[in-house]
Design a protein around this ligand. Structure first.
Ligand SMILES: [Mg+2]
Length: 421
């Protein structure tokens, strides 16, 4: 993937986005947030607080949020690992009659291919499309690598999926000087350490940061500074807003609401009348206000593996064989994560999709593979013989010990707002 200037490529922008809408350019890297724009920000925020007649001030404090999103992640990994795929339209997903694209490369997007598109449709749009099966183990490993980079800058990391996360960098733990600079450092490190490109959005809340990361994809950066959020969303079609699906967008179109500006023109009474409980959210969204906090990675609840069988099985010996493999995979994951857990759960799914689970809890963590394996097999013995064949077998370890303390609360305090955009 070629490298671009921060305000460079626009290929990732979906058709229909109003490209004529003004958007802020990233600040020079070392630039600080001037005291003038700071006081303007305070004024705008005070205005927004008054407008929305509720307690928005807390979340509209000077938070600095970065949304990092890998560019065409799975497809880019395939292109990285198989150089002959570079520069070519690549899809990750099944290419059978019922296959669906998980991701596709930017070269494929030029033909109109998109994530979640049936593979048959994608092949019609782009006959030379090259398919690759997803390699989740590889993607997961890279995702961990990226998360380690994030955690170098802030403990407040909220992953949304393997390839994107919100970071709250309000507290400048490394003394880097600006949120924009942190985003650039993170993008550069991801490139250097994984060979992959990421786009980033920097803003003062999650919605805006996410909209911003999408603006200059791939390999781009976009900053929406305090006071610029309302203007930014005014130019967007409403379907780009988080939480407004195709049906919501249709309903709005019928009411004459196409853009963020149209939405902002409607008063709260109108919104309540037509959108009920969603009204307050929409009212804020149209003003670039988002009250949600970045929630640091929550502790993992369980570890496990499951297998859908090629053909349905009912014989005990065949099931023991399958279970043996699942035990090996799961235990490997447990060891890798250095997890300790007390509860083992066996899950079976019948042909007719009804489920069956058996669990056993110890007073202390499961100590070894041998013990884990014995409990798994004991649980299976409890359900044999089966009344009908099964199509899926799974085994998990839960009631995990939390060995890592919660991230310290960084909310409030003297450092808040000390970091410029
Ligand atoms: Mg992505």
């Amino acid at each position: 993937m070629n490298s671009r200037s921060p305000s460079g490529g626009r290929e990732g922008v979906e058709p229909g986005l109003d490209m004529a809408a003004p958007w802020p350019q990233p600040a020079p890297l070392a630039s600080a947030f001037s005291s003038q724009s700071y006081s303007r920000y305070r004024q705008v925020m005070a205005q927004d607080d008054a407008d929305s007649d509720d307690q928005t001030s807390e979340a509209n404090g000077l938070r600095k949020i970065i949304h990092v999103d890998m560019d065409a992640f799975y497809a880019s990994v395939e292109q990285r690992d198989e150089p002959e795929l570079r520069g070519k339209p690549v899809a990750v997903g099944g290419d059978g009659p019922r296959g669906v694209l998980t991701t596709c490369s930017y070269e494929a997007r030029k033909f109109g291919c998109r994530s979640a598109m049936p593979s048959v449709t994608a092949k019609r749009l782009c006959p030379q499309l090259i398919f690759r099966r997803p390699r989740f183990a590889v993607y997961t490993a890279i995702s961990r690598q990226i998360r380690e980079i994030f955690l170098d800058y802030t403990p407040l990391v909220e992953p949304l999926s393997l390839d994107e996360a919100f970071l709250d960098v309000t507290d400048d733990l490394k003394g880097i000087g600006s949120a924009t600079r942190i985003a650039e450092l993170i993008r550069a490190r991801i490139k250097a350490e994984t060979g992959l490109t990421a786009s980033a959005g920097v803003s003062y809340n999650k919605s805006l940061a996410k909209l911003a990361s999408d603006r200059n994809k791939p390999d781009g950066l976009c900053v929406i500074r305090p006071g610029e959020g309302a203007q930014f969303v005014a130019g967007l079609p409403v379907r780009r807003f988080f939480g407004i699906g195709p049906r919501g967008a249709e309903k709005m179109a019928a009411l004459g609401i196409e853009s963020g500006a149209d939405l902002r023109d409607k008063d709260i009474h109108f919104l309540r009348q037509h959108f009920g409980s969603q009204a307050d959210y929409l009212y804020r969204a149209a003003r670039g206000i988002d009250l949600r906090r970045v929630k640091a990675n929550r502790a993992r609840k369980s570890l496990g593996a499951e297998r859908t069988l090629d053909k349905d099985i009912s014989s005990g010996s065949a099931l023991r064989e399958v279970l043996e493999r699942i035990i090996a995979i799961t235990w490997e994951r447990i060891e890798k994560a250095e997890a300790k857990g007390r509860t083992v759960t066996l899950k079976l799914k019948h042909k007719d999709f009804t489920g069956l689970t058996r669990a056993r809890s110890l007073a202390r963590p499961v100590a070894s593979l041998a013990e884990f394996s014995k409990i798994g097999h004991d649980l299976l013995d409890e359900v044999l013989p089966l009344a009908q064949p099964v199509r899926l077998v799974g085994l998990t370890l839960s009631a995990l010990e939390e060995d890592e303390p919660e991230a310290p609360a960084l909310v409030g305090g003297a450092a808040q707002g000390s970091l410029p955009f």
